[in-house]
Design a protein around this ligand. Structure first.
Ligand code: SF4
Length: 358
């Protein structure tokens, strides 16, 4: 079967997709049991760049705290970021709050059921809008994620396909079929059987109609992407202590971890030792001189695009009054208060270590 596939062939192939049952079990995904567009939206945003097992630890808690669009619109950034901490890509949480406010103000709290209206909301791109249209409203919209992309390439044995072409081929498979089922089954097939490496073709119920399998090209279609080595960044961080309280700063709303709290510090420059970098960074960020009392910990943290080697020091102020030069806000907080604030994952490790040593 090629791009010139007849409608009879499409029909047969889409019947196979509708009937598809994974030979492997997947974790129970609560967002698949609902047609509520709000809950589907939250799950889809959480799933961007994030694995299902990770999202499972966050989704229920988030929905319990913010069960609908009105409760999310009424939440503070700190409340939302605290529940998001550890999921990464924090601009997603900020976009959720902004979009919830727009839905409340401009759509009277009713979740839009129009693809083009969804696309105007912050953080909702073509994939998320299509997923909401399909999973919540069962409209014919292909939700093209990496799994569906790979399966479509292979089913039609086409090495290179642009987005428009993949969209059209998937849409053809949806004709007269429940789009929700086609999207979900293609996603599951890609995640569990039609994997990027070593697809399990012998267990695949689509193999009789899969062109890549028929010509033996399932391992080279689509061509594997070259992986880039992750950059390693050395960072020095200071935990400034005074009377049982710790000095923390709120990051700007732009850039990495927008609006989250952190301990001050930054990149170690070439030729610097971590202690020097810690003192310099704190002076640049807060306008104070600190003395290092001891090393609290070192910690390696992997982000999607880079690795961080964190050197964390307990410090005390020697001279000056801290002022936020780059941060939005500064404050002192005790261990209990640190727990109620949103911190990036690497900073949470510092809090855990402080608790251990307390
Ligand atoms: Fe993927 Fe193989 Fe199934 Fe084709 S036969 S869809 S390549 S798992």
């Amino acid at each position: 079967m090629t791009d010139q596939t007849t409608s009879a062939n499409y029909d047969y192939l889409s019947k196979l997709i509708v009937a598809y049952q994974s030979p492997y079990s997947r974790p129970d995904m609560p967002w698949r049991k609902t047609k509520d567009p709000y809950k589907i939206w939250i799950s889809e945003v959480m799933l961007q760049q994030t694995q299902v097992v990770t999202v499972l630890n966050y989704y229920d808690r988030f929905i319990r705290e913010f069960p609908n669009v009105a409760s999310l619109a009424a939440a503070t950034e700190d409340q939302v970021f605290r529940l998001w901490a550890g999921l990464g890509y924090y601009h997603r949480a900020k976009n959720l709050i902004n979009a919830a406010n727009i839905i409340v103000q401009e759509y009277q709290g009713q979740f839009p059921s129009d693809f083009n209206q969804l696309l105007t909301l912050p953080g909702i791109g073509k994939y998320t809008a299509a997923a909401i249209m399909s999973f919540a409203f069962n409209e014919q919209y292909p939700a093209i994620d990496a799994n569906i992309k790979r399966v479509i390439h292979r089913l039609f044995a086409i090495e290179k396909l642009d987005e428009k072409h993949i969209w059209q081929l998937t849409l053809n498979l949806m004709k007269g079929k429940p789009s929700r089922v086609i999207n979900l089954n293609l996603m599951d097939l890609g995640a569990m059987v039609c994997r990027a490496k070593n697809p399990d073709c012998l267990l695949c119920s689509l193999k009789t109609h899969c062109q890549a399998f028929i010509i033996g090209s399932q391992n080279v279609i689509p061509p594997p992407k070259k992986r880039r080595e992750k950059q390693i960044i050395q960072v020095a961080t200071g935990v400034i202590v005074k009377k049982g309280q710790y000095l923390i700063q709120k990051r700007p709303m732009k850039g990495l971890f927008p609006g989250m709290w952190e301990f001050p510090g930054g990149k170690i420059q070439s030729g610097e030792i971590p202690e020097e970098a810690c003192i310099r960074e704190i002076n640049e960020e807060l306008g104070i001189d600190v003395k290092i009392k001891q090393l609290l910990m070192t910690h390696k943290h992997a982000y999607t695009k880079f690795l961080v080697n964190l050197h964390v020091f307990i410090c005390e102020i020697q001279k000056g009054k801290p002022k936020p030069k780059q941060a939005q806000q500064l404050r002192w907080a005790d261990l209990e208060q640190l727990d109620d604030l949103p911190f990036p994952a690497a900073n949470q490790k510092i809090i855990q270590q402080l608790k251990k040593e307390h």
